[in-house]
Ligand binder design. Structure first.
Ligand code: CO
Length: 214
């Protein structure tokens, strides 16, 4: 059997197991999804959103890209964010980075990889913003870990800078935006405690005025 065919077999086995636990599992999910969470995570194969949070299909709306970035000109991310916030009305948006992230490592060296260099540049910008703090850390692994954390924190702020999140905050006092880091070496998620649900911590220049009705 070819390796990919194994995945299809495993799918059949998974369906059977789910139905054994709950015969209506798929019927309930067939026509509606009402997730409370939007997850913005890394594309890394070791960080599957549902599995590491013990959640089922239907519970987490997911967007993943290299190094869990919130790039405000990324139409893919903005579309997911707008749909999650304004249509699904999720209560929480979680940016989850992870230690050992290849994107973070790549941002800290000067080697060209290819097209991805342009994506990684957004992480280099985060590095430059926190250069003094980072370069005061001699141990390279610890410096990478700190950049991973600082990158997540910047992405949380970048969410807060979007008109999508700011309008939702004004309209319904939510969603909460959170910054987490997952440790691939022990499976544990650390809450970076940078949660926000209003613009009080936003630098003035990023704060939009309330939309007025025309
Ligand atoms: Co990664």
């Amino acid at each position: 059997m070819k390796k990919y065919e194994q995945l299809l077999l495993q799918n059949r086995a998974w369906v059977e197991q789910k139905l054994q636990e709950d015969k209506d599992f798929f019927n309930r999910l067939a026509n509606v999804q009402t997730p409370e969470f939007l997850w913005i995570g890394c594309a890394d194969s070791r960080v599957p959103a549902n599995e590491i949070t013990g959640t089922n299909p239907g519970e987490v709306f997911v967007h993943r890209n290299i190094a869990n970035m919130v790039v405000h000109s990324d139409m893919n991310m903005l579309s997911v964010l707008d749909y999650a916030v304004n249509v699904l009305e999720v209560k929480h948006v979680i940016v989850c980075g992870h230690y050992g992230c290849g994107g973070i490592k790549a941002a800290m060296i000067n080697k060209q990889i290819g097209l991805i260099d342009n994506w990684i540049r957004h992480i280099k910008d985060v590095y430059r913003m926190h250069q003094d703090e980072l370069e005061a850390i001699d141990d390279m692994k610890m410096r990478q870990d700190r950049l991973t954390e600082l990158n997540v924190i910047e992405q949380v702020y970048d969410l807060g800078k979007t008109s999508i999140i700011q309008n939702a905050w004004q309209k319904r006092g939510g969603p909460y935006v959170h910054g987490w880091v997952y440790d691939v070496s022990n499976g544990l998620i650390k809450d970076l405690k940078v949660s926000m649900h209003d613009d009080s911590e936003m630098p003035d220049v990023y704060r939009f005025e309330k939309m007025t009705k025309v």
